[in-house]
Design a protein around this ligand. Structure first.
Ligand code: ZN
Ligand code: ZN
Length: 184
């Protein structure tokens, strides 16, 4: 585990996002990534990025808002929103990251079983949030998509893909992650 002074991961929420339902996240992420994880500011929803025709938000303004936060002692910033996101060329996204950059974004909208008309399942919801958060943070550290079955760095094109993969890095990705972390 890194010491607090070396800078960890800061979680940023948008709008009225319920932090209580995500209270598990810092400790779980911290364990998987071996870094201190803490809550940061809550930012206003970038309302102008709403596209009524698609009934979802353009992701870029969310990333820009996270990116504009002061670096302080954080190595990485993860933005969390419960609204549905898209980016030009992709009808929807679970998340987005600046490859090897400082910040990334996860939308929990499609991670909730109720989005698919399924019954409430907090355990499943939490597991999906962890997977997508580790995945996007992995990209910020420089990890690419992985073909290893079960690895959290597998590309998710659908919620079935997310459910199929695990929430941890495969041995290869973990080795690479540790090496990348040392270069920071
Ligand atoms: Zn990815
Ligand atoms: Zn892997």
């Amino acid at each position: 585990m890194e010491t607090a002074g070396s800078g960890g991961i800061v979680l940023v929420t948008f709008g009225e996002m319920d932090r209580e339902s995500l209270s598990f996240l810092p400790s779980v992420l911290g364990k998987i990534l071996g870094l201190e994880v803490r809550w940061g500011p809550a930012l206003p929803l970038p309302l102008r990025s709403y596209r009524a025709r698609r009934r979802r938000y353009l992701s870029a303004p969310f990333l820009t808002a996270v990116a504009s936060l002061p670096a302080e002692s954080s190595r990485r910033l993860l933005g969390l929103t419960d609204v549905d996101l898209f980016t030009p060329g992709l009808n929807f996204i679970f998340g987005q990251a600046a490859m090897g950059g400082r910040y990334c974004l996860v939308s929990t909208a499609r991670l909730n079983p109720r989005f698919y008309g399924e019954p409430e399942d907090q355990a499943l919801f939490r597991e999906r949030v962890v997977k997508e958060a580790v995945h996007e943070l992995g990209h910020t550290f420089g990890l690419e998509h992985c073909g290893e079955e079960g690895c959290v760095m597998c590309f998710s094109n659908s919620i079935a893909d997310t459910d199929r993969k695990g929430k941890d890095l495969c041995p290869n990705c973990r080795r690479r992650y540790i090496a990348l972390l040392e270069q920071l």
